[in-house]
Design a protein around this ligand. Structure first.
Ligand code: PLP
Length: 350
């Protein structure tokens, strides 16, 4: 990726203020080439051509999606990774696997991508928006607690912009009120909370591989879990409820087709080789812009460590830059409100 400058470009690294500007015949101000912005390279091409040569694009009889799942699960130290067609699909299959009755309320963040909510609405669940902590833009556990009603059945925690949410508080709340906690890690690759990777603390964690994420295969997603039953239900839910492992095609619940193809799997697999470098680079950029900013009252989450495998613990300076993901989307709550209102009318009471 980063090429060394050729000998003719090898200019002394220090500027001499007496030298004329490049404009007037002096040395160039930019003395090393810019890093390549290309996100896909030879490995992606190789895996893609292996898929084409194999003549199999369907995951269940191919190898790339399975290999990707195996490697991602190993990277996160969990039992299962199940790949699917998008992050939206990942959140949807995660929630569907919880088998919540329609009308159940799921508490989630007031700031997130629409993809956190779409699956909920399709399952007839009612998103309830907890307030966010204004410093971290993550869900506030105290507000989440206040949102709990008799109809609450789950908490969908979103780790916003690469910063881990306060998982101790959410897990405690989940235990206390018997509510499963799902983690939306679409924006949080390599994020750690107190030595635990985001995505491995709740019942199930969901990721996105869309173009704007740390790694991408155009569109894709996955969930991770240690739970055998959730693994089974998730893999049925993304595949029309075909029980392929048992060779049975007799769907016993309604399920979409959210399969990941071998083409997506090939690119996603190749991208895994880059994830550590990408998360470290983004964290380093964040750390350097934090260092440049004025010292502020600092609010610290578990310490920052860049050389610590693919995972980055997150430190947050109040009002300082904190986003590892390159984007932030505001939940189009106003769009959702109408849908939620009509769902609420039909939801079961008590
Ligand atoms: C927090 C969050 N959840 C879910 C999604 C949906 O992912 P996808 O675009 O892959 O469907 C996104 C995407 O931006 C996201 O940021």
């Amino acid at each position: 990726m980063n090429q060394d400058p050729s000998p003719s470009q090898a200019i002394p690294s220090r500027f001499d203020v007496a030298e004329p500007l490049a404009l007037h015949g002096g040395p160039k101000a930019k003395r090393t080439p810019f890093a390549s912005r290309k996100r896909h390279g030879e490995l992606e091409k190789r895996y893609l051509s292996e898929v084409i040569d194999s003549d199999v694009l369907f995951f269940f009889i191919g190898s790339k999606v399975f290999e990707f799942q195996k490697r991602f699960a190993a990277m996160y130290g969990c039992k299962y990774c199940i790949a699917c067609s998008s992050g939206t699909a990942a959140v949807h299959i995660a929630l569907a696997a919880l088998e919540l009755p329609p009308g159940s309320e799921v508490i989630t963040s007031a700031i997130t991508d629409m993809g956190s909510l779409t699956g909920m609405l399709y399952q007839g669940l009612v998103p309830v928006f907890a307030d966010i902590d204004q410093d971290t833009l993550n869900m506030d556990p105290a507000s989440t607690r206040r949102c709990i009603t008799q109809r609450t059945r789950a908490i969908l925690v979103v780790h916003h912009g690469g910063l881990a949410a306060d998982m101790d508080a959410f897990l405690e709340l989940g235990r206390e009120r018997n509510l499963p906690v799902v983690e939306d890690c679409a924006q949080a690759y390599g994020t750690k909370y107190k030595d635990r990777p985001a995505g491995t603390m709740g019942a199930i964690g969901a990721f996105s591989l869309n173009h704007f994420k740390h790694i991408t295969c155009g569109s894709g997603g996955m969930v991770i879990t240690d739970d055998d039953r959730l693994r089974y239900l998730v893999s049925l839910f993304l595949d029309k409820c075909y029980q392929r492992e048992e060779k049975i095609r007799n769907p016993f619940f309604l399920a979409p087709n959210y399969q990941m193809t071998e083409l997506q799997g090939a690119v996603a697999l190749a991208q895994l080789d880059r994830v550590q470098e990408i998360t470290c680079r983004l964290a380093a950029r964040r750390a350097s812009s934090r260092a440049r900013s004025r010292p502020r009252a600092s609010r610290t989450r578990p310490t920052s460590s860049l050389a610590d495998g693919p995972f980055i613990s997150t430190t947050f300076s109040k009002n300082g830059p904190h986003s590892l993901a390159a984007h932030t989307r505001l939940a189009p709550a106003f769009i959702v409100r109408g849908i939620v209102r009509s769902l609420s009318k039909h939801s079961t009471s008590g």
